[in-house]
Design a protein around this ligand. Structure first.
Ligand code: FNR
Length: 397
């Protein structure tokens, strides 16, 4: 025993105590489900078929989407009696200290999930001090989301318009609105082959969903003959014309570097050599991601790609990770393999569809709690110190 006897219970301990007390003393079971699959089911009750297809779906056979979720080849090897009463989950990332090594990854068109869309997610993040990434394809203009986030760390995910004046305008707006980093998504120069959407002939942007940043953009508006309010169809057509740019190459990073002073995160890196190229071309961090299995069906899963990218980057830059994280123990494994922060996707989206801000908070609090308890039970009191010695791979057993 030592002087940590009187330590405050950890984040996860408080959470489970609260839930058990409510159940045993007050007969109140939790307001929402615990398991991811049940949260998804609760969310689906509030979503139409098309929205379910959009959010759930991966590309092609969904092989990568499915395999992304399989973290089981990595096994945690818990260590005992290491004095873990005071756990520090905080991490430093691109000049900011974050309370938790968990962040929201960019998900477009959150109006498909809840009427308050990104504003509800942003408020949940602000309540818990969880950093947020806003998609270029948000349902809410970036300035409004920035305001809802207040001081919470905010990143802007950048889709590169083939119209460079619009691209530059997005970068300027993000900086003026107070975003802390630009996340350049490089795995989506065009949309993957997504059976579920093709079967329905459904693409939400054609209905004018998810284009708020474009319709509110001065450079975009200037390129139109009539305002988006007067002629929404023509504005959508223009958006489709300029969205994405398949001609982009590493040389184009210079344009980005010249046009923003913010740190640049390159999202969608799977190959170690691309991680090196990212750093050589001015990226400040890389994000390992398969875009949630929505782009290259049959690709390596994100958790399989993570160690190679971490080795290639070394200590030169932070590595972020998304695709397949459903639980705190998944997050723990990704941190152990070298991710500096883990990004949450579909779980928060389903929390949002389940019950707006409260639903997102529910998912975030539970994921962080499970991570905190996993850390303690595995013998780690500092998120930044979890390393590969915490894991073994099944081939080594
Ligand atoms: C995404 N993703 C994504 N990525 C991005 O850079 N910009 C975007 O606008 C979107 N939009 C988007 C919408 C939906 C509905 C999904 C499910 C995903 C990809 C996202 O950032 C992340 O890579 C995946 O969500 C990770 O996979 P999981 O963990 O959610 O399965």
């Amino acid at each position: 025993m030592n002087d940590t006897d009187d330590a405050e219970p950890g984040f996860g301990n408080k959470r489970v105590r609260e839930i058990y007390r409510d159940g045993m003393y007050d007969g109140e079971t939790p307001p929402y489900p615990i398991a991811y699959e049940e949260i998804r089911e609760a969310a689906w009750e509030n979503m139409d078929e098309a929205a379910r297809a959009y959010v759930h779906g991966g590309s092609g056979t969904e092989e990568t989407f499915e395999r992304n979720r399989d973290f089981s080849a990595y096994r945690i090897v818990p260590r005992m009696l290491r004095g873990v009463a005071e756990r520090d989950l905080s991490v430093e990332l691109l000049g900011n200290v974050h309370r938790f090594p968990l962040m929201i990854t960019p998900l477009g068109v959150q109006s498909l999930l809840h009427e308050e869309a990104e504003l509800a997610t942003a408020r949940a993040c602000s309540a818990l001090d969880v950093p947020f990434t806003l998609s270029s394809l948000s349902s809410t203009p970036m300035e409004d989301v920035a305001e809802a986030l207040g001081d919470t760390t905010k990143w802007f995910q950048f889709y590169w318009s083939s119209d460079r004046t619009v691209a530059k305008s997005f970068l300027d707006r993000a900086e003026t609105a107070g975003y802390d980093a630009i996340v350049l998504t490089v795995d989506a120069p065009t949309l993957g082959w997504r059976d579920r959407l093709l079967e329905r002939g459904y693409y939400p942007f054609l209905e004018g969903e998810g284009v708020a940043n474009y319709f509110s953009d001065p450079a975009f508006r200037e390129s139109l003959e009539a305002t988006p309010e007067a002629d929404p169809e023509a504005a959508v057509d223009r958006f489709l014309e300029i969205f994405g740019d398949e001609s982009l190459s590493w040389a184009d990073m210079a344009f980005l570097r010249e046009n923003t002073d913010l740190p640049i995160v390159l999202k969608g890196v799977l190959h170690p050599e691309d991680a090196r190229l990212a750093l050589e071309h001015g990226a400040d961090a890389v994000q390992v991601s398969t875009h949630g299995g929505r782009q290259v069906d049959g690709s390596i899963s994100a958790i399989e790609a993570l160690p190679g990218v971490v080795d290639a980057v070394g200590s030169e830059a932070p590595v972020l990770f998304d695709s397949g994280v459903r639980r705190g123990s998944d997050a723990f494994k990704a941190l152990a393999l070298g991710a500096d922060t883990v990004m949450l996707g579909r779980p928060f989206a389903y929390g949002l569809a389940m019950d707006g801000q409260d639903g997102v908070e529910w998912v975030l609090e539970n994921t962080i709690s499970e991570l905190d308890l996993t850390m303690g039970l595995a013998g780690y009191d500092d998120a930044a110190s979890i390393d590969r010695s915490a894991l073994t791979h099944e081939r080594e057993l």
